[in-house]
Design a binder for this molecule. Structure first.
Ligand code: FAD
Length: 397
């Protein structure tokens, strides 16, 4: 007799959503989520476009949504555009409290470091061994020699301002700012009339961040918008992998078949944005629908999903190679400036990683700001050099 039916190793986004979905659909299961930190989900704000989710997904995820907005804005040197697609965010605090209410405290172990996983056991630091026929590894990204990466890195400050900011919808990209360290833009989420998250973001070749300098840039951005900072409420930081290419079969050969991975650890994220929320929702549904829950059945499900999505998403990795390898770093913003001038449904399908053949042609045709010879040199995934393969990176604030 095992201690549990399913154990989730790591209580981040993917594990917590999958555990809650299982609890809702199969309440008889004995679940356990083991998290090394003091709360589920760490210190994040996870956002996505409303159109990234199906109506059924949007319905079950609704209790987790902390903020919703009816539109979004982008700013580039040549134009400002408002888009009608809704936007929504989950705060890690909401994720933690909603999951705690749904799962019950007995299903969650916090401040528990996992030392090792076996196909039917989790070993904790200190020697405790917990058993289940189904162990799911959602401990976030792990290094892989099979993936070539660029980086989306950022620091965000959640601020209380001395007066209302006047913003009603998120600014997904404000790239009408000085460009350095690759493609730079500021992202703002207006939470309440006088609180706002301001993130200074870089699509850069390397993962290093200089926190003090970036905090100063955020303060300068706020000042330039006429916003006086009354209090810094919270800081979050991230370095997300952006996929340039790789070999997904080699990635899974490195992992082996004894481990069932989910989330970023299973390469389940949008190659261009590094965002994993929609894939985490889809994975939760797929796991909950499995007739038999074992480490082997979940491993086979998520490996197959990861490989299928990799095949479907080659176009986005190619665009990333154009962005990172063919465009001059200081001119990367021109690619996004052109992309955001296209029709809104095309933009929504892009973020859903569901671009049609016509969308792909439309994105590539015209006068792209990438020299054609350099673009052609990077069109094939096999053009990547071994030095471009390396660690997946991500950090939590
Ligand atoms: C600051 C930040 C903001 C982001 N914003 C967005 C966004 O807006 N939209 C979006 O879709 N994506 C976003 N992402 C990208 C991605 O969706 C997140 O990284 C997401 O949290 C990945 O989910 P995951 O479950 O794979 O890993 P995580 O959520 O990182 O979960 C991994 C968990 O495992 C725990 N853990 C690791 N090792 C151990 C161990 N040995 N023992 C015990 N516990 C362990 C960690 O503490 C962590 O809680 C963001 C990422 C960051 C870092």
């Amino acid at each position: 007799m095992t201690d549990h039916d399913v154990i989730f190793a790591g209580g981040g986004l993917a594990s917590t959503l999958a555990a809650c979905r299982l609890k809702a659909l199969r309440p008889e299961l004995r679940l356990l989520v083991i998290e090394g930190g003091a709360q589920l989900g760490g210190n994040h704000t996870w956002s996505c476009h409303a159109s990234d989710l199906t109506p059924a997904q949007a319905s079950w995820i609704a209790p987790f949504i902390t903020y919703r907005w009816p539109g979004q804005v982008v700013r580039f040197p040549k134009y400002t555009r408002r888009l009608d697609a809704g936007y929504q965010s989950i705060s890690s605090t909401t994720l933690h409290h909603v999951a705690l209410a749904a799962l019950g405290g007995g299903c969650i172990r916090l401040n528990a470091r996992i030392a090792a996983l076996e196909p039917s056991a989790v070993l904790l630091d200190g020697g405790e061994r917990l058993t289940a026929p189904c162990i799911i590894d959602g401990r976030g990204p792990a290094p892989s020699a099979a993936l070539a990466l660029g980086f989306q890195k950022f620091i965000g400050l959640e601020l209380r301002l001395a007066a209302p900011h006047g913003e009603t919808v998120p600014v997904i990209m404000d790239a009408a700012i000085s460009q350095d360290d690759g493609y730079r833009f500021v992202y703002t989420l207006p939470f309440t009339a006088d609180t706002i998250l301001i993130e200074d973001t870089y699509y850069a070749d390397g993962p290093s961040l200089e926190p003090a300098a970036i905090r100063r840039k955020i303060e300068a951005y706020a000042a330039a918008r006429g916003w006086r900072i009354a209090q810094i409420l919270r800081e979050e930081t991230g370095t997300l992998p952006i996929l340039l290419g790789g070999d997904i079969d080699a990635f899974w050969r490195e992992v082996g078949t004894d481990v069932a991975r989910i989330g970023l650890r299973a390469c389940l994220f949008h190659p261009t944005t590094g965002y994993s929320l929609p894939d985490a929702v889809a994975t939760a549904d797929a796991i909950a629908a499995l007739p038999e829950l074992t480490t082997a059945s979940v491993a086979s499900l998520t490996q197959a999903l990861s490989k299928r999505l990799w095949q479907q998403r080659g176009f986005y990795r190619m665009l990333n190679r154009f962005l990172f390898l063919a465009a001059e770093p200081g001119k990367r913003y021109e690619i996004m400036q052109r992309f955001y001038s296209l029709a809104e449904p095309l933009i929504e399908r892009f973020y859903r990683a569901a671009s049609s053949p016509a969308d792909k042609a439309r994105i590539l045709i015209g006068r792209p700001p990438v020299p054609i010879a350099r673009a052609l040199a990077h069109i094939r995934e096999a053009s990547l050099r071994p030095s471009q393969f390396g660690d997946a990176g991500q950090s939590n604030g």
